[in-house]
Structures are given as C-alpha cells and as structure tokens.
Design a protein around this ligand. Structure first.
Ligand code: CA
Ligand code: CA
Ligand code: CA
Length: 239
C-alpha cells in the first residue's frame, strides 16, 4: 500500500497526514521515539527492534543434544559424550580421548579386526548366545557378519585361524554368523534381511530346518545350524 507521510524532523512534532501501510507505521513510530529521546536528553537508540538470537547461549549446531561447550565436536552428531564408539570411522565418537581400536572401553579394542574393501570385520573371542552376539556387535556399531558370496565366505576361512585364532586348542571354534531361521517366512535369513538363494555354504542336507535355528561357521568353511541359546565366538561386520 502507498503511504504518504510528512515528518517534521527538525521539530518536536511529527506530522503524519496519512498512513495506511503497516511497515511504514514502524518508521513513523521510530521517528517519533527519536524525537522524544532527543528532547529528553536520553541517548538515541538507533536500533528499531533488537529481537535477534542470543549469541551468548551455547549452540548445538549438530543437534545431538550436547551444546558446544560440552560436545567435543559440535559439527558431528555421531560424536558426543555417551555415543557409541564406532570402530572404523576414525573418530573418537564418545569423546573419551581414544579413537576406534585405541579405545579400550569399546569392542573395537577387545576384538580383532580384519578388512576387505570397504568392509571391516571383527572376530571376538568372548562366548555369547546368538542374540548376545548381535548385541556385542551392536556395541561397535556393527552386526553379525552376513556372508553374501563365496568370496566373502573364503575371506572368513582365510582369517579363521590366522587372525581370529578360532579352531585352536583350547579356544573352541565355530563362531556365530548372522544367519538364523525366520519362522514366519519359513526360510533362512541374514541379519540384513536377505536370504540364501544367491549363496549358501550349508553342507547338503543341513539346509533343512530341524529345530536348530542359528548358524555358526566351521573351520572348513561350511555352515552349521545350532541351538541359538548355545554360546560361541562371534564375527561382526560393519553395516
Ligand atoms: Ca556432536
Ligand atoms: Ca570411532
Ligand atoms: Ca572413544
């Protein structure tokens, strides 16, 4: 809207002939305030309205719930006190001063890593039930390994004794892998939701579900279904 206003800036009276627009009303009021301050001898405040953000309060730029004064990286939401120490991201996620495998408070330190392409694997010696094994892997931002190809199965076989020390005297053997029986679907399913139609290392006949619903990896590279409540070692994979 067009606004017509005439101000008597040099005088103490502002003369407004017509004002029909809301934005110019502000200018009119500010001008009147300035005239009154000048007359009263008070300092002239040239700011129209100071309603900007309070920059003295600590920010939480990455939105992880930890403000900049208590977050060791306020530009990365995967890093804050109490965060999961992810084993392969090169970050000190939990802000305790130690990164990845150097962090003795995480499974990244207590399990042994090996790598292939972009994937990181961990062999963990602690004996766990199958669901306990998943929880253990989750403690490093990982899950039980999903073996999707003969190449990946061969990778596990290569590291079985050399890296993981499985199958050695006194250490047991046959770690859990991320395969279990999905009763609802009536089929074997990996933790990532895929099935075994593309690749399977079950020996002939073992693929039949006979009541043992979780799968371990044997020293000869074949898979063996066992009772999920038994305890065994663990192979984790980055997700
Ligand atoms: Ca952060
Ligand atoms: Ca990390
Ligand atoms: Ca850490």
């Amino acid at each position: 809207m067009l606004t017509l206003a005439i101000f008597a800036c040099a005088n103490e009276t502002a003369m407004v002939f017509e004002s029909t627009g809301s934005s110019d009303d502000t200018s009119v009021e500010a001008h009147q305030d300035t005239a009154q301050e000048r007359d009263s001898g008070e300092p002239i405040d040239t700011e129209l309205d100071d309603t900007g953000p309070d920059t003295s309060a600590p920010s939480d730029r990455d939105g992880d719930g930890y403000a900049s004064d208590e977050d060791c990286d306020d530009d990365d939401a995967s890093v804050h006190r109490g965060a999961l120490e992810v084993c392969d991201d090169g970050k000190d996620n939990d802000c305790n001063g130690y990164t990845d495998a150097d962090d003795e408070t995480s499974i990244c330190d207590t399990c042994t890593p090996f790598y292939s392409g972009d994937s990181m694997y961990l062999c963990c010696q602690g004996l766990e039930t199958w669901s306990g094994a998943r929880d253990l892997c989750a403690g490093g931002g990982m899950d039980l390994v999903a073996v999707g190809s003969s190449g990946e199965n061969q990778l596990l076989e290569e590291h079985y004794a050399a890296t993981c020390n499985y199958g050695q005297a006194g250490t047991g053997g046959s770690p859990w892998i991320g395969l279990s029986w999905n009763a609802g679907a009536g089929e074997w399913a990996w933790v990532d939701g895929t099935g075994i139609s593309a690749y399977s290392a079950f020996p002939e006949g073992e693929e039949q579900h006979t009541g043992e619903s979780c799968v371990t990896y044997l020293v000869d590279g074949t898979w063996d279904a066992r009772d999920c409540g038994l305890t065994s070692q663990v192979v984790c994979e980055s997700t």
